[in-house]
Design a protein around this ligand. Structure first.
Ligand code: GDP
Length: 357
């Protein structure tokens, strides 16, 4: 059933090693933790949630420049950056990721894995923004912790401002042009359907994070309404990881990108020796105490999760589950053969494409 509700866009972070992907994600997670309303949860399994309330608060000082009123509930960031996990986020016809952040060190510019990232995003048809990272390393840069980029930029000397724009054009705009993408600094873009927005940031000082989050939320909400419509049906997801957890046995960490998954639902997923049909024993989310950075206390069990969400599933017969496999819940046994076939088809395609690339 279609409702007018929108789900949270799923965001991935890609880019060259050491360009600051992990640091940027940590900064975003930290910001969400500090700015969230009491009781709002930000930690999920394999992913972190940044509620819209946080984004609106951060974007408030920018309201004359980037007006933002959010209908999406927030953004769901996949916790593990890089190619490897991204390649496990397949779904039919593309990726589970709705949008990506391509992190590029503004001083170093495009490197081998930056180009590989652009190619893989193009192949999976995932739109992206560029985070021009490490602006605090530009010689003479004066740090204004956690400020919007535009405010901090205004307070820099003319020569530093010039240097930033020079690096941005030489190391990013021209490089993207050679890959057939038009791009510009986000505040100079007039048509976001034709130009990729580059947001200067520092994962270390937090400068530019308000604009990065505001642009991600604003653009996904504006251009992906259809894809983000929340559907109240059975769940669709992808397996991020198969684990053996103390006291829980084999479990799977899953990103649900559509529908609702409930305790006791029948689920179908891919396994090493064919499809697995089993029943959800429990749905687990990190315990709230972990959110407060207190020692690891395990998980809390919930009755259901709605897309988009990262959740740990405990169920019988998960020993042979395959990371990267699709997972579906079904609302009647009659549908099991149909979904088994869908999963077999999808997995054979993954194996085939891995075999030839
Ligand atoms: P990853 O390999 O892309 O995940 O990169 P990391 O997040 O591990 O960062 C690589 C190095 O760059 C680390 O030493 C970080 O502290 C440093 N770094 C990351 N972001 C910034 C930044 O914005 N400014 C500065 N000065 N250093 C940064």
């Amino acid at each position: 059933m279609l409702s007018s509700k929108l789900r949270q866009p799923i965001v991935v972070v890609l880019g060259h090693v050491d360009h600051g992907k992990t640091t940027l994600l940590d900064k975003i997670r930290g910001t969400a933790l500090v700015k969230k309303e009491p009781g709002e949860m930000t930690q999920e399994v394999g992913a972190s949630f940044v509620p819209s309330s946080v984004i609106e608060k951060l974007a408030e000082p920018l309201k004359n420049i980037i007006p933002i009123k959010l209908d999406i509930p927030g953004l769901l960031f996949i916790d593990t950056p890089g190619h490897e996990l991204f390649s496990n986020l397949r779904r039919r016809g593309g990726s589970v990721a709705d949008i990506a952040i391509l992190v590029v060190d503004i001083v170093e510019g495009f490197q081998k894995q930056t180009i590989e990232s652009v190619e893989i995003l193009k192949e999976r048809k995932v739109p992206f923004l560029v985070a021009a990272n490490k602006i605090d390393r530009i010689p003479g840069w004066k740090v204004y912790d956690n400020e919007p980029f535009l405010f901090s930029f205004k307070k820099q000397s003319i020569s530093v401002q010039k240097k930033l724009d020079e690096l941005l054009y030489n190391n990013l705009v021209l490089q993207l042009a050679s890959l057939n993408f038009n791009a510009d600094r986000f505040d100079r873009v007039t048509d976001f359907t034709r130009n990729i927005a580059i947001i200067p940031v520092s994962g270390k000082t937090g400068e530019g994070i308000p604009e990065l989050l505001a642009m991600l939320a604003g653009l996904t909400q504006r251009f992906m309404q259809g894809k983000l419509k929340f559907v109240e049906g059975p769940a669709k997801g992808v397996i991020l990881e198969v684990k053996e957890d103390p006291g829980l046995g084999h479990t799977i960490d899953v990103i649900i990108y559509d529908g609702i998954l409930k305790k006791n639902d029948i689920i179908i997923l891919g396994g090493v020796n064919g499809t697995i049909v089993t029943k959800v024993r429990s749905l687990l989310l990190p315990s709230p105490l972990q959110d407060m950075r207190i020692a690891k206390t395990g998980y809390r069990s919930v009755d259901e999760v709605s897309a988009a969400a990262g959740v740990k599933i405990s169920a019988p017969n998960l020993e042979e589950a395959l990371a990267g496999s699709p997972i579906y819940s079904v609302d009647s046994d009659d549908k099991i053969p149909e979904f088994k076939k869908i999963i077999e088809d999808e997995i054979s395609k993954v194996r085939f494409s891995r075999g030839v690339t």
